[in-house]
Design a protein. Structure first.
Length: 218
């Protein structure tokens, strides 16, 4: 896996962006223009082989991103995270291990990465190769148990969650289980009833006023 990060803006608070599978900095360029005025924005860029049918490599790749992110936020007073699709799972894992992360934005996220990979349309080729190797969803969940965030440990944080009811990558059941384990008093949700996973994901990146208000409110 190739991993890099870029910094935009400056401030005592930091916002970390974890993109969707194949996501690039230019997808977030408009958001940067607004958010970097009051915070340091960091975009993580990981190659698509961060996620593959190599179960151990995928686990180690995500842990590598997490370790780098922990190091990145060390010198900042407060941190927020913005995770899209695959990145939403990384954002949750970082928040669960770092009390400094106060606000969490999830763009088409769910509770279980293993379920997203096994049941999602975008990763059906990975599932096929896993099945050829003798894997099942149960075995995959066990192997990736370290990648399942303790949601109860972070349900006191502030969340903005953007979802799609027609998501064929992170299915509705996976999304709903995420919501069920979070405190409703700390939760703002936006639900798209028409668009699929990719279209909703991109549409949500343009909800700049909503995202900016959520991240800027102290």
């Amino acid at each position: 896996m190739k991993l890099s990060k870029s910094f935009v803006g400056s401030g005592s608070n930091i916002i970390l962006f974890f993109p969707f599978w194949g996501g690039k900095p230019w997808h977030y360029k408009i958001l940067y223009r607004f958010l970097c005025k009051s915070a340091t924005c960091v975009f993580y860029d990981y190659s698509t082989d961060i996620l593959s049918s190599d179960v151990e490599a995928t686990r180690e790749n995500i842990i590598e991103v997490l370790n780098d992110a922990r190091s990145t936020i060390e010198d900042y007073k407060r941190a927020s995270v913005f995770g899209s699709s695959l990145g939403s799972f990384i954002a949750l894992l970082l928040a669960a291990s770092e009390p400094k992360v106060e606000k969490i934005v999830l763009n088409t996220g769910g509770a279980s990465l293993a379920e997203a990979v096994w049941l999602g349309e975008a990763t059906k080729n990975i599932k096929k190769r896993l099945e050829e190797k003798g894997w099942s969803l149960t075995k995959l969940k066990e192997a990736w148990s370290i990648l399942e965030p303790n949601l109860l440990a972070i349900n006191n944080r502030l969340f903005l969650i953007m979802q799609s009811l027609h998501d064929n990558t992170i299915l509705k059941e996976n999304q709903m289980r995420l919501l069920e384990q979070l405190c409703r008093n700390n939760l703002v949700t936006i639900v798209n009833t028409r668009l699929g996973h990719r279209a909703a994901l991109i549409r949500n990146l343009l909800r700049i006023p909503t995202i900016a208000r959520f991240l800027w409110v102290k």
